[in-house]
Design a protein around this ligand. Structure first.
Ligand code: 13P
Length: 337
């Protein structure tokens, strides 16, 4: 059987390489309106479109952001949104040398027949939505599903997560968008690092199995894994060197070198922890670009510093640039705290 390659094959490879370029990583700013509302509430702001627009304008107009950031993941609202000065956010990103990306999953719902686990919706109508997102300037996509260790994970939940990611990846490549494949293994739980490692091996084995079955072109994808750490409530703590050792062992066993970039999520780690762990993973030579795709670990201090006040915009942008630069150095293995 001969499988037709995506008409966008060359462009996909080029986009993936641009996002996975040395010293740069992804700014995840694709909080859904509900999640963005929680972030705004933490600084006493209402979840209005104007407040979301003001915050996102602050992020994308940080001067020189493109030196450290190669891609920005947007929520659908932001793909079509303008800054407070009326410029398209997508155009500002492109001017900064940042590739616009788009969250395309429709979120998590309970997985019937499982142990209180979830599955990720969004395949229905995905091809036509993605064609429209490409027209609007997006060049990569993100689909986040989750796997919970304390709740199992059940065979069913892992299979569903892996299959959904594989279908999404194939559909995205067909529509010109580089798929970011994100099976987040949640930090919650009391388990040790060995257990996380075991679950991660299973999840990535299945994800690659189904991606191969769906004829996904590995040179045109990016991964967004969780780092291998002990559960958040574990009595054990891991040093950056231990996190790097387990995580790189996982990647070496499960990820083909054809994949251009591994862009980690921060998953609730502190800003500095996320940077130190990334730095530890870049002390040797890796077959893939090992970098970041952080939301909270890039934005936490920035958001707090802003506090919704126009007079704090510059200080907030400086806080974002400080984290972006630190993670850029960590991508190069040159971060010192
Ligand atoms: P965090 O870095 O805050 O985990 O968010 C990354 C992300 O996009 C989760 O899907």
């Amino acid at each position: 059987m001969i499988v037709r390659a995506s008409a966008y094959a060359d462009e996909l490879v080029k986009t993936a390489k641009t996002v996975a370029s040395p010293g740069r990583g992804i700014l995840a700013m694709d909080e859904s309106n509900a999640t963005c509302g929680k972030r705004l509430a933490s600084i006493g702001l209402e979840n209005t479109e104007a407040n979301r627009q003001a915050y996102r304008t602050l992020l994308v107009t940080a001067p020189g952001l493109g030196q450290y950031i190669s891609g920005a993941i947007l929520f659908e609202e932001t793909l079509y949104q303008s800054t407070v000065d009326g410029k398209k956010i997508v155009d500002i990103l492109v001017e900064q040398g940042i590739v616009p990306g788009i969250k395309v999953d429709k979120g998590l719902v309970p997985l019937a027949g499982s142990n209180d686990e979830s599955w990720c919706q969004g395949l229905d109508g995905l091809a036509s939505r993605e064609a429209a997102y490409y027209q609007a300037g997006a060049r990569f996509a993100k689909w986040r599903t989750v796997v919970s260790i304390p709740n199992g994970p059940s065979e069913l939940a892992v299979k569903e997560a892996a299959w959904g990611l594989a279908r999404y990846a194939a559909i995205s490549q067909d529509n010109g968008l580089v798929p970011i494949v994100e099976p987040e293994i949640l930090l919650d739980g009391e388990h040790g690092i060995e257990r996380t490692f075991e679950v991660a091996q299973k999840v990535w084995a299945e994800t690659f199995y189904y991606m191969a079955e769906n004829n996904v072109m590995f040179e045109g994808i990016l991964l967004k894994p969780s780092m291998v750490t002990p559960g958040a409530e574990s009595k054990d703590k891991a040093t950056p060197e231990q996190v790097a050792e387990y995580t790189l062992k996982l990647l070496a066993r499960r990820i083909p070198p054809a994949v251009p970039g591994i862009m980690f999520l921060s998953g609730g780690q502190s800003e500095v922890e996320a940077t130190q762990n990334l730095n530890a993973m870049n002390q040797g030579t890796n077959p893939w670009h090992v970098s970041f795709s952080y939301a909270r670990a890039l934005q936490n201090t920035c958001l707090k510093t802003w506090g919704g006040r126009p007079e704090n915009i510059k200080a907030a942008q400086d806080a974002l640039l400080l984290r972006a630069k630190a993670n850029s150095l960590a991508q190069l293995g040159k971060y010192t705290s």
